[in-house]
Structure formats: C-alpha cells, structure tokens
Write a protein that binds this ligand. Structure first.
Ligand SMILES: Cc1ncc(COP(=O)(O)O)c(C=O)c1O
Length: 348
C-alpha cells in the first residue's frame, strides 16, 4: 500500500527483501547492525538510522574507503518524553551525544545527515506525547539543518490501534484514534513547512496496524472444578496470545456447534487455561459465559508481538490461515510446525 518496511535487524531486512520490498523502501533501525550489513544497506539506498558512536565509526570508515560515494544516514535521537524510564536507544540530546555524532558525520566531505528519527514507547500512548515529540524533533531539525531542510522527519511508532470495547475499558485514560494522533502531529509540521515541499513525515506504527488482524482459535478439550475454581482446558497457551505478559484479558468469543450443544458445559466464571505445565498459563481469567467440550474459543486483537514471540515451549507452533473477506476464501499461509521443525537446528 506504499508503506516502507521498517526493520530492526538484518534478519528483518532479509525478510523485507525476500517479500519483494526494494532496498530504497526499507528503513533500517535498531541497536545492532553489523558493519557489513550497515554498509550494504547504505550502499543499496536504504534509510539507515544510526544509534550509537560505534555506528558512526563504521560510516566514517566506509566514507573514507569510498571517497567517490555519496553517503546519507539518519540519526535516532533520545530525548525525554516519559519520565518513568530512561530509554536506551539513540543519541542522547541533553548529554551532547547527538551533537558529537552530527559533527563527526558532517566533517566527512561525502556524508550527509538527511533526517532525524525518534521512537519512544510510553505506556499512556497519549496524543500529548506525540505533540511533544513532534515539537522536539522540529526544534532539533531547526538547530541542525538551519537553512537546509532534512529529507525526512521520523517520529517512530507506539500508537494505540483499533480494539474492541471490552479491551479498551481495561486501559486507563483515553484511546486516541488515527485522526486524533494526526491532529497532534500534522498541524505543527504544516505550519513549519507550509505547502507540499517539506520533509517527508515518516511514522512507524507496529501495534496500531496489526493488532486487530489476527485471531487465535483453540478448541476446548477439558473441563474441571477444583474447589472454588472452574477450569476449561484449550489446545492453546498463554504463550500464543499474550507472550509479552500483558495483564489484560484480550476479547474472547466462544463458538459452539449445534452438535455439541448437549455436551458437558460449565457456566462462568471459568478460567480458560493452556496446555503447558505452568500455573500461570491462563489465556483468559473469569470468562463469564457458558463453555463446553468441543467449543472453539477465539481470542481477538492479538496481531502484534505474538507470532514471533511464541517460544517452542511444550508444543510446536500452530498453522496460520488467512481469510480474504472479499473473495470469502481461506488460505494456509504458515504450515503447522512439527517436532522435527523444532529439533532441526539441534545436533542430536
Ligand atoms: C524503531 C521502532 N519503530 C517502531 C516500532 C513499532 O512500535 P509499536 O508496535 O509500539 O508501534 C518499534 C517497536 O519496538 C521500534 O523499535
């Protein structure tokens, strides 16, 4: 749809290339870029945002080795937006690290800094924090680019995505929509760069784009009561749906086949638990509806940081099926893993 691929490792860079993204449409961020990978990405025309003075040294060496080559890089800035923690990413603005990086790169005759980047995740994800980071990055571009204009301004990701009402109700404060985020960012840039000739504004939404595109389906295979606790076992695990350890209950729907309606059932509250040997393996706490053997539980809003975070713990990964609502077609897009897939890199 015209977006870039934003990657934070060579593995992700390789993945973008293998699904057909041209190198010039890749933004390469992240704290660990090996010298050969960083050089290759710069020479291929990707947007590479440097993170550290070690990466500046790699670029210096490249520029000196290839004096005829024009090199352009972006710099990731680290400034305070959220006082609850000190981010480890990017060049510290207040401590002068960004200054040092800028100076060293602009001293090279064949190297340009062509944009500034930041990505700051905050728990509140508020529009106010996006207004403040936009303001700060405009101040920095004013200072570093003076009369010249950067090619891009990249304010990173960290936005809320679309979610069901019952998930929304578990967050404190307001959940801004896309338009509200845009209203916090765009007018500041519009007034700084009127018309259409300003730098390219880049955003890097991850969760906001993918969280509502994936559901997890698991069949109910066991029911039990242990003193005051009612339990339903499903062929799934908390590692499938909440591998990052959120304490929220993702939205859950239960589907029942007519044939199963006479089967054994429990009426809520029921804890829906998984196949691992861990006590904490609970996909959903206190489900209030009715649930029976053979039913299917569907966990929604689990598209971000789930598939890649699922460890090969206790069971291999499930298949992934895509649904095309226009054609009303289903397609297998990842095969069910087997034990052999899990063992394949071990030397037995
Ligand atoms: C540099 C960078 N940009 C964008 C993102 C996406 O963040 P989110 O999924 O919170 O939008 C990440 C995630 O960690 C990131 O590291």
């Amino acid at each position: 749809m015209g977006g870039y691929a934003e990657v934070v490792s060579q593995m992700e860079y390789d993945l973008a290339i293998s699904i057909g993204v041209p190198p010039t449409r890749i933004i390469f961020n992240g704290p660990l870029k090996h010298p050969e990978d960083l050089e290759k990405a710069i020479l291929a025309g990707s947007t590479v945002n440097l993170e550290s003075l070690e990466e500046v040294e790699i670029v210096e060496a490249l520029a000196q080795r290839l004096p005829e080559q024009n090199i352009a890089v972006g710099l990731r800035c680290n400034f305070e937006i959220d006082t609850s923690r000190i981010s480890r990413f990017g060049f510290d603005v207040a401590g002068g690290e960004l200054d040092r990086a800028f100076q060293r790169l602009t001293e090279l005759s064949n190297c340009d800094v062509d944009g500034l980047h930041c990505h700051i995740s905050t728990s509140a994800r508020s529009t106010d924090s996006y207004a403040r980071r936009t303001q700060k990055i405009i101040e920095l571009t004013d200072y570093y680019f003076k009369d010249k204009q950067p090619r891009f301004i990249d304010i990173g990701g960290g936005f809320y995505g679309k979610m069901t009402d019952d998930l929304k109700s578990q967050f404190d404060g307001c959940i801004p929509n896309y338009q509200e985020y845009a209203a916090a960012v765009a007018p500041q840039l519009q007034s700084k760069y009127p018309g259409n000739s300003g730098p390219e504004l880049i955003i890097e939404p991850g969760v906001a784009i993918v969280s509502d595109v994936l559901n997890f389906v698991a069949k109910v295979v066991g029911l039990k009561k242990v003193r005051s606790r009612q339990i339903a076992l499903v062929v799934g695990s908390v590692h499938n749906v909440k591998p990052t350890g959120t304490d929220k209950n993702l939205s859950l729907r239960v589907y029942r086949d007519e044939e199963n309606s006479a089967q054994r059932k429990l009426a809520g509250p029921v804890d829906i638990v998984g196949y691992t040997c861990m006590e904490h393996d609970c996909l959903y706490k206190d489900y209030s509806g009715e649930i029976g053997i053979g039913d299917y539980t569907v966990v929604e809003n689990m598209g971000a940081y789930t598939v890649v975070f699922k460890p090969p713990f206790i069971r291999p990964n499930p298949p992934i099926i895509s649904y095309d609502s226009i054609q009303d077609e289903y397609k297998l897009i990842r095969r069910r893993e087997t034990s052999q897939n899990v063992f394949s890199t071990y030397i037995l």
